[in-house]
Design a protein around this ligand. Structure first.
Ligand SMILES: [Fe+2]
Length: 337
């Protein structure tokens, strides 16, 4: 090897080490910053929406940031940087960010303090469901209400507390009452922590055939709910039941263990409402370089080795073949592929 090649290689290595170190810098800001005030909670942020007018808006959905672990907070910060730029062309207002729970790693006070920092970094009002990792008492103190509904413009939003999994009969009665209230609006959206189906079938979380999840999906179909958002599984997934879109979005920061090819990647969802139309995009965000080097690269390597034909196990999903039920301006329904 010539001297020039050696020198060039050395420069490349230094640039790479520099880039890895640079990608870590935002953490110093995070450690020393102040969190959002305690009264910046669900009930306060719902009130911020009451004056919104018009039938053209966006909102962002994310879940499972699990604040309190350096890997998670670094990834969440990078996602937030992208979220905060979503309205840069000022074409569509981003009204709020909807969280689907697991705001903390396992619910301690210091992790809720970390969550408040994450929340402060998000420039939009944040409204979040509770997850099974979030302590119930501390959630009251740091995030506020756990089960509530609110209207924003032409849409009705219902936030459910299912950190335990199943919904009780009382919760079903409450839900149906709000689904009825939602019928006055163009759209109904629901946010909850645990998905009412299995986004990844060969997993510990297995609720698809439990009575509550079937009952829930039937009810949503009956009331023509537009979309149901959940987290819990740290992945992205989309399925359709009775014409209702179910999105699992658990890629908000937590270290992801599921292979990338099966939906295990960091992301958030941007939903856009235009009169009677609803569209959405999955915004994939790469981890900070240092985190890629120490974790995400190796996660995929392990799956490659275990699965010599590549990472990931799923080669086909029914959702890819499932048509979506769409409505045209005359309220006629048709199937779209
Ligand atoms: Fe989680």
């Amino acid at each position: 090897m010539g001297r020039r090649t050696r020198r060039f290689r050395k420069i490349l290595i230094y640039v790479f080490i520099g880039a890895v170190a640079y990608s870590f810098l935002p953490m110093f800001h995070f450690w020393f910053m102040k969190g959002a005030p305690l009264d910046d909670n669900n009930q306060a942020n719902v009130l911020k929406l009451v004056d919104n007018e018009g039938v053209y808006f966006s909102f962002i959905v994310f879940g499972d940031n699990h604040a309190g672990l350096i890997f998670n907070d670094a990834a969440a910060m990078k996602e937030i940087w992208h979220m905060n730029r979503e309205d840069r062309f000022r074409k569509v207002p981003i009204d709020f960010v909807l969280g689907v729970g697991d705001v903390t790693l396992d619910g301690s006070r210091s992790q809720f303090e970390a969550w408040k920092k994450v929340q402060r970094l998000i420039k939009y009002p944040v409204i979040t469901a509770i997850g099974n990792h979030d302590d119930r008492k501390l959630f009251d103190e740091y995030c506020g209400n756990k089960e509530f509904a609110f209207a924003n413009r032409n849409s009705y939003f219902i936030v459910l507390d299912n950190e335990d999994g199943a919904l009780s009969d009382t919760q079903f009665a409450w839900l149906e009452e709000h689904l009825k209230a939602g019928e006055k609006y163009d759209h109904i959206f629901i946010a909850m922590h645990k998905p009412p189906y299995d986004p990844y079938q060969q997993e510990w979380y297995n609720e698809d055939n439990s009575p509550w999840s079937y009952r829930f999906r039937k009810l949503c179909g009956e009331y023509k709910v537009d979309m149901v958002f959940a987290g819990h599984k740290h992945m992205y997934d989309h399925q359709v039941f009775d014409g209702v879109d179910y999105i699992t979005t658990g890629g908000g920061g937590m270290l992801i263990e599921i292979p990338e090819a099966d939906g295990g990647f960091l992301h958030y969802i941007r939903v856009m409402v235009n009169n009677d139309y609803v569209t959405y995009e999955v915004r994939r965000v790469s981890p900070p370089l240092w985190e890629y080097v120490v974790y995400y690269f190796w996660k995929e390597v392990v799956y490659w080795v275990r699965n010599f034909y590549g990472s990931g196990y799923i080669v086909g999903r029914n959702t890819e073949m499932q048509p979506m039920r769409v409505k045209d301006l005359n309220d006629r329904e048709y199937w779209s592929w």
